[in-house]
Design a protein around this ligand. Structure first.
Ligand code: THG
Length: 292
């Protein structure tokens, strides 16, 4: 199944058969003081720097989250999302649960953005799905509802089903709903990774829709998060994740390696291209130069 997203002139396809698409995560002020300060002063220089490095390192889409104490999302989400989309001609993922902020952003965005997110709570379904339909966007559906986040993959599957059903009732096709099985940290519950991986498999088999993960959530609170993130991404790609919100600077080569290992990178073309780009940017060592 394919989900199409568009910027002013480019189209990005999320495809359940892969390769894995990357949503750059770093325009998110959580624990980023410099970003919070610059957002509050309406200075987008740093936002553009973050956008550029993510695109240069392989992001297909950029997540835009401006949620921080003291930030007016209704004012800032449309400004930042539109500025990024226009400057870089890349589809944006509007990361907010605030209906008014989403409406303000959707009404000024070019192309077809991804709304991040709706969930199975009645209030969320009623607030978000009608505007997704109205503006012709696609949406990420989180597998949680009024009962909270279940540890049972079958329950998460049924929440996914409910979101897809309610979307269909409003005329939003399954192609435009990307299900997020929810990634929780294994630092708090060692079964959390497995619950997500099992949910990915169930959702893939039952509904065949695109599946998104906030991949780096898996390692919150642990040392050497990068190693945990890498291992998780490989497993998630195998289970059927087709789209990941992650730090492309650090994780694109791992994602490309997973695609290569899953037989969806002919002649290792994407893996090698991405390796060369990373070397050029000084983000990984040149294997040849490293030999003595
Ligand atoms: N699902 C959906 N959307 C989401 C999430 C999800 N949006 C937010 C979040 N989860 C995904 N985005 C991030 C962004 C940053 C980090 C993790 C998830 C992160 N940042 C480092 C930190 O906080 O320490 C700082 C940056 C870094 O050094 O890489 O971990 O699950 N639909």
């Amino acid at each position: 199944m394919q989900t199409k997203l568009r910027s002013t002139s480019k189209e990005i396809t999320l495809d359940t058969r892969g390769p894995v698409a990357i949503i750059g995560e770093s325009i998110n002020p959580t624990r980023r003081k410099k970003l919070t300060t610059s957002l509050m002063s309406q200075d987008f220089t740093y936002v553009f720097e973050l956008a550029k490095i993510q695109i240069d390192t392989g992001a297909d889409i950029l997540d835009v989250n401006v949620g921080a104490p003291g930030v007016d999302e209704i004012d800032l989400l449309p400004k930042v999302a539109r500025a990024v989309a226009e400057r870089f001609d890349i589809p944006v993922c509007l990361d907010s649960s605030n209906r008014e902020a989403l409406i303000a952003a959707l009404s000024v965005m070019p192309g077809k953005p991804l709304v991040n997110s709706v969930n199975g709570e009645e209030a969320s379904l009623n607030a978000v799905l009608p505007i997704v339909k109205e503006y012709g966007a696609a949406v990420i559906g989180l597998t949680m509802d009024d009962e909270g986040i279940s540890n049972d993959p079958e329950v998460r599957l049924s929440v996914a089903g409910k979101i897809l059903e309610r979307a269909a009732k409003l005329g939003i096709p399954a192609e435009d709903v990307v299900i997020d099985p929810l990634v929780m940290t294994v630092g708090a519950d060692q079964k959390a990774g497995l619950v997500t991986l099992t949910t990915i498999e169930l959702v893939r088999k039952e509904f065949g829709v695109n599946i998104n993960l906030g991949a780096s959530n898996v390692s919150f609170g642990l040392p050497d998060r990068h190693t945990v993130n890498q291992a998780f991404l490989a497993l998630a790609a195998y289970a059927g994740a087709s789209c990941v919100i992650s730090n492309s600077e650090k994780l694109t080569t791992t994602i490309r390696a997973a695609d290569l290992l899953l037989g969806r990178d002919p002649h290792a073309g994407r893996y090698i291209t991405s390796y060369r780009k990373m070397v050029k940017l000084g983000l990984i060592e040149d294997a040849k130069a490293g030999k003595s």
